[in-house]
Ligand binder design. Structure first.
Ligand code: SF4
Length: 475
C-alpha cells in the first residue's frame, strides 16, 4: 500500500474521520499536522485544539443521563442543560452541584446499535489527553463554572486501557492538582477488579451503565457487552463501598471510597422489555447492590438499524416519567414493585400516576381517616407525599386536624380529596367510585410529552402540579 506523504493536497480532506480500525489510533496531538502508519492503513492526524475537542466530547456525553439534570429543557430561563457541558448531581451530603459533563473520548471499539458514538457512525471523533482534561477541569473550577466533574468515555482498545486513562485523570486531579471537587466517574463494563479497587478511591460516585435491561437485548443491540461484565463490577464496587464504610466507622483515617455510592442508567423504549421487568431490575439493584439511583433514559432515535425503533418513533418521555414516579414509590413510599402491576398490565398506566393507579385498583383501602391513619397508610394516599404525611402525624399529636389544616400543609387536596375523610367527612366533589375518580385525575391528552425534544423535558411540559411532584417527590 502506498502511504501519502506530508504535503499531499488530499491528505487532510477528511481530517476529522479516523481511518479504521479505530483501535489503532495513534496520538493525535502535537504542534503540526502529520500522519502515521498504523499497520493496516494510515490515520490522518488533525491537530484539534482543546476547544474543538470540548465541543465534540461534551456533545457526545449528553446522552448519558446518569446525573440529575441532564437534558432538562427550561424555556425562557437563564441557563440551559440540553446542550452538553454542565449537569447537576447530589453529593453524599445532599448538596446540588454543577458538574462538567464530558467524555474522555468518543472513539469506540464497540458498535452498540443505539449509540451515537458507535464504531460504525461517521461522526467527528476526538480524544482528550489527560493533561488537557485536567487543565480544563481545574480552569472551570477556578472560574467557578463548575463544582465537579462527570467523566465518562467510549471504549478505546480495551475496557482496562480506557479505565487506566480515566483513572490517571482523576488521580492527577486529586493528587498533583489537589482538586477537592465532586467527581462522578463512569466505570467501563468489563473493567478488571484491580482497577475497580483504585477507581473508587478518587471518585465520589461511580456508575456502570446497564443500558439494556436483559442479556437478550444486549445480545441484540450491544453484542460486545455481556451482562456479567456489567453486574460483576457493580457487585464488586458495592462490596468495596460497604466494607470501607464499615472500616471508616472504626478508624476515622481510612480514606473514603466512592462515598456518594453508585448509580446506573437504563434506556427505555429501544427494546421490548415491559415496565414490570424494568422495575423488577431496579428493585433488585436497590436491594441487592444498594444503588443510590437508577436513571431512566427515554430512547432517542439517533441511528437506523433494523432492530431499533424507526427514526420517526416518538420518544417515550411520558413512560420515562412514570418509571421515575414508580422508582420513587419503591425507594421512599414502601411499595414493592410488583404492587404497581397486575398480571394483565405489565406496563405502568400512562393516564394517571402509579400511586393513583394503585389506589384506584384498591378501593377497599380507601377512604382513610386523616386523624387516625398511620404514617405508612398516609403516604399511600394520592396527593399526600412523605413530607405531608410527616406533618399530619406530627400535628395530630397536638390537635385534631380539619380540612383547612391540610390546605395549610400544602397537601394536594385536588387529588387527596377522593381518598380521605377528615373527622369522618368525605370531601370529594363526586362519590368514591374508581371509574369516575380516574376521569377526574387523568389529565387531558398530552401529546407534547410523547414526542418533543430529547430527554427529560417533562419538567416543563407536564402540569404544574405534576412537575412539582417530580421535583420534590411528593405525589
Ligand atoms: S460502548 Fe457502546 S454505548 Fe458506550 S460509547 Fe461505545 S458504542 Fe456507545
Amino acid at each position: 500500500m502506498e502511504y501519502p506523504q506530508e504535503g499531499d493536497p488530499d491528505l487532510f480532506q477528511n481530517f476529522q474521520f479516523w481511518d479504521r480500525p479505530y483501535g489503532q489510533i495513534v496520538s493525535q496531538f502535537g504542534s503540526s499536522k502529520t500522519f502515521a502508519k498504523n499497520g493496516e492503513g494510515f490515520c490522518i492526524l488533525y491537530i484539534m485544539n482543546t476547544l474543538e475537542k470540548f465541543k465534540i466530547l461534551a456533545e457526545s456525553a449528553k446522552y448519558d443521563v446518569s446525573c440529575s439534570s441532564s437534558g432538562a429543557k427550561r424555556k425562557n430561563k437563564l441557563g440551559m442543560t440540553v446542550l452538553g457541558g454542565i449537569c447537576h448531581s447530589w453529593s453524599s451530603d445532599g448538596r446540588c452541584i454543577s458538574l462538567l459533563k464530558i467524555l474522555m473520548t468518543n472513539v469506540c471499539i464497540y458498535d452498540c446499535a443505539y449509540c451515537v458514538n458507535r464504531r460504525s457512525n461517521d461522526i467527528p471523533r476526538a480524544t482528550f489527553e489527560p493533561r488537557e482534561l485536567i487543565d480544563l477541569t481545574v480552569d472551570f473550577y477556578e472560574k467557578n463554572y463548575i463544582e465537579g466533574l462527570f467523566l465518562s468515555s467510549a471504549v478505546i482498545k480495551t475496557p482496562d486501557y480506557t479505565m487506566e486513562r480515566m483513572i490517571e485523570i482523576v488521580r492527577q486531579l486529586r493528587g498533583r492538582r489537589q482538586f477537592g471537587g465532586y467527581i462522578h466517574l463512569k466505570i467501563i463494563p468489563g473493567t478488571s477488579p484491580r482497577l475497580l479497587e483504585i477507581a473508587g478511591r478518587y471518585a465520589d460516585r461511580v456508575s456502570v451503565n446497564i443500558e439494556l435491561p436483559t442479556q437478550k437485548s444486549l445480545a441484540l443491540l450491544a453484542p460486545d457487552k455481556k451482562m456479567p461484565e456489567i453486574i460483576g463490577p457493580m457487585k464488586r464496587l458495592d462490596t468495596s463501598i460497604r466494607s470501607m464504610i464499615a472500616l471508616r466507622k472504626k478508624h476515622k483515617k481510612v480514606p473514603a471510597y466512592a462515598p456518594a455510592g453508585q448509580s446506573t442508567q437504563l434506556i427505555i423504549g429501544a427494546t421490548p422489555e415491559t415496565d414490570l421487568e424494568i422495575m423488577g431490575l431496579s428493585q433488585w439493584l436497590y436491594q441487592s447492590i444498594h444503588l443510590k439511583r437508577v436513571y431512566y433514559s427515554a430512547y432517542v432515535p439517533v441511528n437506523t438499524t433494523k432492530n431499533l425503533p424507526a427514526l420517526t418513533t416518538a420518544i417515550p418521555l411520558l413512560r420515562e416519567h412514570r418509571l421515575y414516579q414508580a422508582d420513587w414509590l419503591i425507594r421512599f413510599y414502601g411499595f414493592d414493585g410488583r404492587e404497581l402491576f397486575t398480571k394483565n398490565t405489565p406496563h405502568l398506566d400512562l393516564e394517571v400516576d402509579p400511586k393513583a393507579s394503585w389506589a384506584l385498583r384498591h378501593p377497599e383501602k380507601f377512604p382513610v381517616e386523616i386523624n387516625r391513619a398511620d404514617y405508612e397508610t398516609l403516604i399511600r394516599v394520592p396527593g399526600i407525599g412523605v413530607q405531608g404525611a410527616y406533618k399530619i402525624v406530627l400535628t395530630r399529636q397536638v390537635k385534631s386536624l380539619r380540612i383547612e389544616d391540610l390546605k395549610k400543609m400544602r397537601i394536594s387536596l385536588k387529588r387527596a380529596q377522593y381518598f380521605i375523610t377528615v373527622k369522618g367527612k368525605y370531601h370529594g366533589d363526586i362519590p368514591f367510585t374508581p371509574e369516575d375518580i380516574r376521569e377526574r385525575l387523568a389529565p387531558e391528552k398530552r401529546p407534547a410529552l410523547q414526542n418533543s425534544s430529547p430527554q427529560l423535558n417533562f419538567f416543563i411540559q407536564g402540569k404544574k402540579e405534576e412537575i412539582a411532584s417530580v421535583l420534590h417527590g411528593e405525589f
